[in-house]
Write a protein that binds this ligand. Sequence first.
Ligand SMILES: CC(C)(COP(=O)(O)OP(=O)(O)OC[C@H]1O[C@@H](n2cnc3c(N)ncnc32)[C@H](O)[C@@H]1OP(=O)(O)O)[C@@H](O)C(=O)NCCC(=O)NCCS
Length: 159
Amino acid sequence: MPGLPLIEVRPYRASDLDGVIDLFQRAVRETASADYNEAQIAAWSQADRDEWELARLSRPTWVGLVDGELAGFADLEKNGLIDMMFVDPIHQRKSVATSLLARIEAEAEVLGLTTLHTYSSVTGRPFFEYCGFTMLLARAVVVRQQRFVQFVMEKVLDL
Ligand SMILES: CC(C)(COP(=O)(O)OP(=O)(O)OC[C@H]1O[C@@H](n2cnc3c(N)ncnc32)[C@H](O)[C@@H]1OP(=O)(O)O)[C@@H](O)C(=O)NCCC(=O)NCCS
């Protein structure tokens, strides 16, 4: 149908590193900034390139492309934790995150996982609820001296 973006999900490549860091920082500074103050955004948006390089390659990570351009990324740890789910501010609400989650769920099935969980931001919570996650608890975490509320959320997968 004309007008609908073409969303593709593919495995992360080492050459995606700078693109995903830039996307992460813009998602925090432009999208999540609606829910956090300036000091929190400054603390959250810091990214050490060497640490990111190792982390991205240490677990399955996927990127979402809209019409061939990097538009989002997400990962899955062996224990079912989704640590990262970020979408470019210019591609919000186009189902990029939903497409990434569908890929994660397919991988979870291969791994024999029965549940997925995430430590969601305030900004991410409506998305995860929309996708069938329930909130188990809200807790406070401190990151670079800033206090954040984090929602521990879980989705039981259909077997
Ligand atoms: C959360 C995030 C990943 C969602 O990405 P997205 O690609 O825009 O999400 P989708 O388009 O797949 O959204 C699917 C549904 O989730 C819900 N949803 C998503 N974002 C929402 C928002 N800001 N407010 C209310 N509901 C929202 C809606 O029901 C949406 O369906 P609709 O657009 O048809 O109404 C993105 O907003 C983001 O990167 N946020 C900043 C970073 C962040 O906080 N990430 C989570 C870290 S744990």
